[in-house]
Design a protein around this ligand. Structure first.
Ligand SMILES: [Zn+2]
Length: 367
């Protein structure tokens, strides 16, 4: 049966065939009709894409310098390939480096959020800004890719809960608690140990995020700090772009005991595609990535894994996952490993949607 013929039935009608016409380019990879049918009818959510930083460093935030409606081979990401990849909702990273004073990090973060908003407006035939799970579903019904903002790094609040509130008001829907270095209040996965992995102010940041309805992101956070955060957070947490430590022993990955705690917390670990975080056994391809998904499913359960590519934030990506057009390759590999259709939908995006919706539902009880 041709994939296109399925569009005549049921709710597939909602997503017109033209919406995701050409899904599955990925270097001319040929996907089966079944892979395409499942992929096109799933809501694919990605937790982390660094294109906005690329647009700052390569275009000085000037959106006229690149036409993202054409394939841009110097990036992993453009509108053409996002559609080919069947993307449903993308969290765009508002990342700024930790190398400057935190006051200027705050300013630059707002500039990055502004850039994301401008990008979504400029490419409004493809993108639509979204602030909630409801917005994501609505964008999807209109054939648009929901565009959300995730702030990468607690340095972007400059030790101020008021700034955190302003980031939320501007549209940030998750914040990664730190980046490559420790902050006064939280320990990074890639810095030296602190006396306390999460101090009292750090706890208040987590509580405030719960109250605001902002997803708490434990990517880049040390394993000790992850454990502390999970003790404090009363809402589901995410790792927006981290993989499994037991499969690849890198400090950026999530250890098994934390995976188990995330399961009881209702959160999601969104696997990072970066070669250095997923390589094991000498190969780095789609199967290597799905080994991480398998492991998280085994330890935390099918409801607690998702995707967080880190495209345009890393210099190496696996064979077969060269750019954002390649997401159907993950669906193909999951199908090959006998995941059910509903389990594939959970991994591709529904798990994140469930966690995000829970965070939204819990806002009122905490403010
Ligand atoms: Zn990162």
């Amino acid at each position: 049966m041709k994939a296109s013929s399925l569009f005549v039935v049921g709710w597939f009608m909602t997503f017109s065939a033209s919406t995701f016409a050409g899904v599955g380019a990925c270097g001319n990879t040929h996907y089966s009709d079944e892979v395409l049918r499942i992929h096109q009818s799933s809501l694919v959510v990605d937790g982390h894409n660094d294109l906005p930083w690329g647009l700052r460093t390569h275009a000085d935030m000037d959106l006229t310098k690149f036409n993202l409606d054409t394939v841009q081979n110097n990036f992993h990401t453009d509108m053409v390939r996002l559609r080919q990849g069947g993307m449903g909702a993308q969290f765009w990273s508002a990342y700024v480096p930790m190398s400057q004073p935190q006051a200027s990090a705050v300013k630059m973060t707002f500039e990055q959020m502004d850039l994301i908003e401008r990008m979504a407006k400029k490419y409004s035939s493809t993108l639509q800004l979204a602030l909630s799970t409801k917005d994501i579903r609505q964008a999807r019904l209109k054939g648009k890719i929901a565009s959300l903002i995730g702030v990468e790094g607690g340095h972007s609040i400059n030790n101020s809960l008021e700034t955190l509130t302003k980031l939320y008001a501007k549209g940030a829907r998750y914040m990664t608690l730190t980046h490559s270095k420790n902050l006064d209040w939280i320990e990074s996965a890639t810095d030296s140990p602190m006396s306390q992995p999460l101090n009292a102010f750090g706890e208040s940041v987590v509580r405030e995020m719960n109250a605001l309805g902002m997803l708490v992101d434990i990517s880049h956070v040390s394993a000790r700090a992850m454990r502390s955060v999970l003790q404090v957070s009363t809402s589901p947490v995410i790792a927006s772009h981290s993989s499994a430590y037991s499969v690849t022993q890198h400090p950026r990955n999530v250890p098994d005991d934390v995976l188990q705690t995330i399961a009881s917390n209702g959160g999601v670990v969104m696997v990072n595609f970066y070669n250095r975080y997923i390589e094991h056994g000498g190969r780095v391809n789609v199967a290597t990535l799905v080994d991480h998904i398998d492991h998280i499913v085994k330890v935390a359960g099918i409801d607690h894994v998702g995707l967080g590519s880190d495209y345009d934030g890393v210099e190496l990506v696996p064979d077969g996952l060269e750019d954002v057009s390649c997401y159907p390759s993950i669906t193909e590999e999951l199908l090959k490993r006998h995941y059910s259709e509903s389990d594939i939908r959970k991994i591709l995006g529904e798990n994140l949607m469930r966690a995000f919706q829970k965070v939204e539902e819990l806002i009122s009880t905490k403010s």
